[in-house]
Ligand binder design. Structure first.
Ligand SMILES: [Zn+2]
Length: 371
């Protein structure tokens, strides 16, 4: 076990490493890429404590890397007494536009002689490219390259976030879902959302995209199986759901997931929850505010609603006519409310609630994550 502080873009990040480098499975977990989503940080700190115990007992079998808070740039962004952790101050979402390294790895591989082409070469070349990217570009770009470098070559990647106000939920791809099913059950996640392409290169998709490109170049055979990392974004409830009890139970569930992966020896201790609602991203309705004003939520998190049901009300305090002051916010689909906006002054066009429907697709274009 080793905890080290690495310096990226002039800031320190604490990285906890367990197991012998190169052991399989290699699992990477990071928290608070959106720097205010610290339910992730305290849960991963609990996990580190549990892994130290497992390590002392000689139970770590794979290689495990844990970064409880991976965004020191966002962590210090206080503006007028409020913390702002989702975007850098130049307006860039920290979880978008991770570097596309697949193409560059393939270019390098083509320059090698054909009988040397293997996933090991791709791993080494990709690590070198990502390392060089930590020294160029903006601080956010350097941070993103460093985080991708830490996760590079992992079999399993868990990027832990939180929504504004939310129940537990998990985003992953159709292909990765079987890997994360035990994690969802250990945490008793009620909603799982599947999408192969959800946004502009978020962290959890960037590695898979790179390896799709590399695998297409390397080809696949029985003696040369393709390397396919499984990745997910785990949303540990809402921004304010930071308690010692939740952190402890989340930490245990994450440790038990590592046991199920074979990265840690032993048996799981956390209870196995019920089966989640599994839906596609294009069956998720993001109900938007139709005006700027006061927001009053009418439905608690986790409840089922039907299309046409009023989920919130908006109030325009500058409208003199009482009748015109109020607007209903109505669900457009049957489903479960899994996330809500956390502030009560809201602007027109902002997301009021998110509903996991099961009827999708709700759109005639591919669904995307909101910025
Ligand atoms: Zn987030």
């Amino acid at each position: 076990m080793a905890a080290e502080k690495i310096i990226v873009a002039g800031e320190g990040i604490v990285v906890h490493r367990f197991g012998i480098p190169g052991s399989r499975p290699k699992v990477y977990l990071q928290g608070a890429l959106h720097a205010d989503e610290v339910s992730a940080t305290v849960a991963l700190a609990e996990l580190v404590g549990l892994l130290r115990v497992a390590d002392a007992a000689g139970q770590v079998r794979g290689e495990i890397i844990v970064v409880p808070h991976c965004n020191p740039l966002g962590a210090k962004q206080f503006i007028l007494g409020r913390h702002s952790g989702r975007f850098s101050l130049d307006g860039r979402n920290f979880n978008r536009a991770f570097p596309h390294v697949g193409e560059r790895v393939v270019e390098h591989l083509k320059r090698l002689c054909p009988d040397q082409r293997a996933a090991d070469d791709a791993l080494r070349i990709g690590a070198g490219i990502l390392d060089s990217l930590t020294r160029v570009g903006t601080p956010v770009e350097r941070l993103q390259a460093a985080l991708m470098g830490l996760a590079w070559g992992s079999d399993v990647i868990v990027d832990v976030h939180a929504d504004m106000e939310a129940t537990l939920h998990l985003y992953t791809s159709e292909k990765s879902w079987p890997v994360f099913q035990p994690l969802a059950r250990r945490l008793d996640v009620p909603v799982v959302i599947l999408a192969d392409k959800s946004a502009d290169s978020p962290f959890d998709e960037a590695q898979g995209d790179a390896w799709s490109m590399i695998n297409a170049h390397l080809g696949e055979s029985i003696d040369r199986p393709a390397f396919r990392p499984a990745a997910c974004t785990l949303e540990l409830r809402g921004l304010s759901d930071v308690t010692p009890e939740l952190a402890a139970s989340d930490g245990r569930a994450l440790r038990d997931f590592l046991v199920q992966l074979g990265a840690v020896a032993g048996t799981g201790e956390s209870a196995v929850g019920s089966a989640p609602l599994v839906t596609a991203l294009d069956a998720v309705e993001v109900v938007k505010s139709t005006m700027t004003g006061v927001l009053i939520h009418l439905k608690p998190l986790g409840v089922k609603v039907t299309a046409g049901e009023c989920v919130a009300r908006l109030y325009d305090p500058f409208e003199p006519e009482a009748k015109a002051s109020w607007q209903d916010v109505v669900a457009g689909t049957d489903g479960v409310i899994f996330a809500r906006w956390h502030q009560r002054m809201i602007q027109a066009g902002m997301a009021v609630v998110k509903i996991a429907g099961s009827d999708g697709p709700l759109f005639d274009r591919p669904a995307r994550l909101l910025d």
